[in-house]
Design a protein around this ligand. Structure first.
Ligand code: T4K
Length: 375
């Protein structure tokens, strides 16, 4: 995938959706037009589900309309209505999924090295009411799967992974997406693999998958038989067709992102006070985002740098800011001791995500790095 030279005046967004060649999509759309089956688990969705299951090497998956509904239904399927230990360093969909289930999010701190939930902090937050751990593979960096499992398993606590950022990440020895009870992927337009809107729930067994499929489809078991208050969380045939085509290209998208990531690291190397989040050791990354962390050696604050870049058309973003626990609607769930979430608060104040998408021009990477170096 060759990136085109860009108009130096045009804004550079933090991300842009990867779009496959239209001529590959059209034959699949023609099939939909012929079948006149446009949704409700039609043939395109069946094909996409099978192809995706194969690609991610997880046999039991349910395709959904988006990851937010996926997380809500995953917690619902797991029967979680008590305390859910989770991270404050995430997108709001993560904690919303707990609240929607009537569960109580219990925010614990992150490990500043990975930005993922800290297993030691999970252990400190356990109570008899703890029913689940809702952990995020933040920016596609795998959580400490073994540590989380060793906390959860002996206590019968459910583990749900928010894997919204983790498509295409592979970890040695075990399949990241098969860890825990359930994992939820996002296929939103801003993700490495996208169907414009979409997602998938990865289950450990066929029985779980079938129960989740029912939740995705209003709770209908068969015509005239409804057993639970399901949602409408179905993906249409259109999204499924796009997904089938995107699967052919996603390895190329990731390879192009890898090259851009490498270039950023070369060009930002040695700038005092600027630290790109390291790539996770021993893990095949998906290069979903390029976060940098600023410290006092840098002459500008994070917000000043964001403004500086913005004034040159570079739309770097503060993912995530503020911490979820600082949102007024979530403050009641934050621990009393402000020190308890210090790493997540500190990260929220120092992080800036630079533009990264598969066809970002190398010249833009160079321009962004130069703007940071000369700030
Ligand atoms: N869990 C985690 C950890 C998540 O990060 C997310 C979503 C979820 C769960 C829930 O997944 P979904 O329910 O969405 O499947 C975005 C996305 O909407 C959201 O999916 C994502 N995480 C979150 C981190 O970021 P915004 O508010 O940053 O989107 P927006 O519209 O500002 O887009 C960012 C930039 O992308 C724009 O400046 C321009 C570009 N863009 C965006 C869209 C939508 C395009 O060029 N074209 C487009 O169509 O939320």
């Amino acid at each position: 995938m060759t990136a085109k030279p860009t108009d130096p005046e045009a804004p550079v967004f933090v991300t842009r959706p990867a779009l496959p060649p239209l001529d590959e999509l059209l034959p699949l759309l023609q099939q939909i037009w012929q079948n006149r089956i446009v949704t409700n688990g039609g043939p395109m969705l069946q094909q996409f589900e099978a192809a995706l299951a194969d690609y991610i090497d997880c046999p039991h998956i349910s395709i959904v309309a988006n990851a937010t509904l996926g997380l809500m239904l995953a917690l619902r399927h797991a029967g979680v209505t008590g305390e859910v230990i989770t991270t404050p360093f995430s997108f709001v969909a993560t904690s919303h999924a707990a609240l929607w289930n009537g569960a109580r999010p219990v925010f614990v701190d992150i490990d500043p090295a990975t930005l993922n939930i800290d297993p030691a902090a999970i252990e400190r937050a356990l109570t008899p009411a703890t029913q689940a751990i809702l952990a995020v593979h933040c920016f596609g960096r795998a959580c400490d799967l073994d540590a989380i499992e060793s906390i959860a398993r002996p206590r019968g606590i459910r583990v749900i992974y928010d894997a919204a950022h983790a498509f295409g990440v592979t970890t040695p020895h075990r399949n990241l997406l098969a860890a825990g009870d359930l994992s939820v992927l996002s296929f939103h337009g801003t993700k490495v693999f996208n169907t414009f809107e979409g997602g998938a729930i990865v289950s450990a067994s066929r029985a779980d998958k079938l129960a989740i499929d029912r939740l995705v489809n209003y709770g209908i078991v068969e015509e005239g038989v409804v057993e639970t208050t399901g949602f409408n969380a179905k993906m249409s045939e259109f999204g499924a067709a796009l997904g089938l085509v995107q699967l052919r290209h996603v390895a190329g998208y990731i390879a192009a992102r890898a090259a851009l990531d490498t270039r950023y690291r070369e060009l930002l190397d040695g700038i005092p006070g600027v630290s790109p989040l390291p790539l996770p050791p021993g893990q095949a990354a998906n290069y979903y985002a390029f976060p940098i962390l600023l410290d006092r050696d840098f002459p500008l604050t994070r917000d000043q740098l964001q403004q500086h870049l913005r004034s040159h058309g570079i739309m770097a973003r503060r993912y995530f800011h503020p911490a979820l626990s600082e949102l007024p609607m979530y403050r009641q769930f934050a621990p009393q001791d402000p020190q308890a979430l210090r790493h997540s608060r500190d990260t929220c104040n120092r992080i800036l995500v630079l533009p990264l998408y598969h066809d970002l021009a190398m010249q833009d990477v160079a321009r962004i790095a130069r703007l940071i170096r000369t700030a």
